[in-house]
Design a protein around this ligand. Sequence first.
Ligand SMILES: Cc1cc2nc3c(=O)[nH]c(=O)nc-3n(C[C@H](O)[C@H](O)[C@H](O)COP(=O)(O)O)c2cc1C
Length: 195
Amino acid sequence: MTGSVRLLFFAGSSRAGSFNKKLARLGAMIAEANGIHATLADLGDYPMPIYNGDLERAEGQPENAYKFKALMEAHTGIFIASPEYNASITPLLKNTIDWVSHVRDGDAPAGDVYKTRVFALGSASPGGMGGLRSLTTVRQVLELGLGALVLPDQFAVPRANDAFGEDGHLKNKDSQENFKALIQKLARAAHVLHG
Ligand SMILES: Cc1cc2nc3c(=O)[nH]c(=O)nc-3n(C[C@H](O)[C@H](O)[C@H](O)COP(=O)(O)O)c2cc1C
């Protein structure tokens, strides 16, 4: 079933030592280990200015918004590891989602890429709640704002500064298994949607 499934993993942080990048990387590792094609992306490789309507009218959407949208389109399921900033989403993640939602290429309506992929969410934080509250916002943006299908299951890594082993896996075996189950569920959902 996993032959045609392609999963994209990225984090809402471009920080070099980002715990959410570690989570996205682990997700890609788990997918590959289970025979699922996975791509790991870094939003730091797709810098975009803060959205501004005047800038958009004058210059159009940034080239990196087109590039990132194309990357999303090349995958059937997308996992986002979202850091929590003041109980919400990071500016980097929101700005990326916003710009991509305005890219119009071909005949497809703007924002179509969100309606045609399946998403799964995770978070990691040094705090005790693992950044879980940010996922409420990410879910709202994707589901209510953009009509995306987001799996009800989600995953959080509390105390993230001590959660990952040298090999990039989670030290807590139950957590590792729960995360693996989420990735497998994302792959199954992507298969059902896209074959
Ligand atoms: C502006 C700001 C606000 C933050 N607010 C929260 C918060 O509400 N809850 C939380 O668990 N961590 C919060 N943190 C700590 C982040 O979880 C921590 O910096 C984390 O490492 C960021 O994710 P990253 O490691 O993927 O870059 C905040 C950090 C910043 C910079």
